[in-house]
Design a protein around this ligand. Structure first.
Ligand SMILES: *Cc1c(COP(=O)(O)O)cnc(C)c1O
Length: 369
């Protein structure tokens, strides 16, 4: 039985009638960009996260760009972040003419290492971006304390961590601003592109709100430079309202999948995700680490057995061809090793138990022959 790495058709059909009704409501309503559906979703998402403000946007990368811009990041500034999270923060930072500066990650969790972060903060640091990678809350208390100590604003990239909490507090509410993507495969995904920021600062929220519509303070009056068009559309907002009602259940299902993998693979010579406190990991991805010389072979053998896998991510930011020249002297040993070891197994709420078991069986076969 083939097991796809992801299956968005199943995801849609699991909520089909509700989604169809929401789409039809918007089509009939005649308001397609921003408007009441978008305002209703923003309010629902802010409430769900326990934040005072939510500003929805066109995608998660814009959430990073507009957050950094609203915090005043520009040419000559540095943004400290990790190099193992797919390059989104690096794209956003570079778009603003600022320079990403990388701190290595913790070997157990692959999230930002507070000690490495401390070593990279300079007088030019204008922001820190922590990524809750794969759905796991980073060492957020230490990182928020460091940011406060250095008086540098902290941005949380929560694009893989909708609903993750630390001591009951939602990601995105520990720093100045939290960024979300609603790309279809994320834990909370639209049926198209979408994004948002949450914050407890009315002032920051207002700046992002202006930046998403050309810098307007009101219609056709541009009072803030650097604006663009980054609006969420009403169809996606209505779809997100439907799907938000399922998020908790779907995150619980992801947790069960992770537990089933852990039970089925625990005795093999591969590194499973480190345990996390309850609620502190929402398993956006189930990422194992395989000996460097075996990773690609394992992926190929799984593919032959019909099991879809992926690598998140194969090229660290400081080794990306477009950027590597700026980082010849930079070494990030944990990040670089992990890029050659990580392998993501199928992990989505609609995955059946029998499919999880066939993934486990397929992996086990690779290690026993
Ligand atoms: C998906 C993702 C983003 C970007 O979101 P888009 O909506 O695709 O622009 C940013 N950061 C992380 C960690 C992501 O996984």
């Amino acid at each position: 039985m083939p097991v796809p790495f992801n299956d968005l058709q199943r995801h849609y059909t699991s909520m089909e009638s509700e989604l169809n009704a929401a789409v039809q409501r918007v089509l009939i309503g005649g308001w397609y960009v921003l408007g009441p559906e978008v305002a209703a979703f923003e309010q629902a998402w802010a409430e769900w996260c326990g934040a005072q403000q939510c500003v929805s946007l066109a995608n998660g990368t814009d959430a990073l760009v507009l957050s950094l811009r609203a915090l005043g990041v520009g040419p000559g500034d540095e943004v400290v972040t990790v190099a193992n999270a797919g390059g989104y923060t690096s794209c956003a930072t570079r778009l603003l003419g600022a320079t990403p500066r990388y701190a290595d990650v913790d070997a157990a969790t692959l999230t930002l290492d507070p000690q490495q972060l401390a070593a990279q903060i300079t007088p030019r640091t204008k922001a820190i971006v922590v990524v809750h990678l794969y759905g796991r809350v980073a060492a957020i208390e230490q990182i928020a304390a460091l940011a406060a100590e250095h008086n540098v604003p902290l941005v949380e990239d929560c694009a893989q961590a909708h609903g993750a909490r630390w001591n009951g507090q939602h990601v995105g509410t520990f720093g100045a601003i939290g960024c979300f993507s609603f790309y279809p495969t994320k834990n909370l995904g639209a049926l198209g592109d979408g994004g948002a920021v949450i914050t407890n600062s009315a002032e920051l929220a207002e700046r992002v709100r202006q930046l998403r519509t050309y810098g307007w303070s009101h219609k056709y009056a541009i009072t803030l430079s650097g604006g663009s068009n980054s609006r969420l559309d009403a169809l996606q907002a209505a779809i997100l309202q439907v799907k938000l009602a399922h998020l908790q259940r779907q995150n619980e299902r992801r947790q069960m999948i992770a537990e089933r993998y852990a039970a089925g693979l625990g005795d093999l010579p591969l590194q499973l995700p480190a345990p996390a406190p309850a609620g502190a990991h929402v398993h956006h991805l189930y990422v194992v680490r395989v000996a460097v010389e075996r990773r690609d072979a394992l992926q190929a053998v799984l593919r032959e057995q019909g099991v879809g896998t992926d690598v998140h991510y194969p090229i660290p930011d400081h080794r990306q061809p477009a950027w590597a020249a700026d980082y010849r002297d930079v070494q990030l040993p944990v990040t670089e090793a992990a890029a050659q070891q990580v392998l993501s197994l199928p992990c989505y709420p609609e995955l059946h138990d029998a499919e999880i078991d066939s993934v486990i069986a397929a992996v086990r076969r690779c290690y026993t022959i």
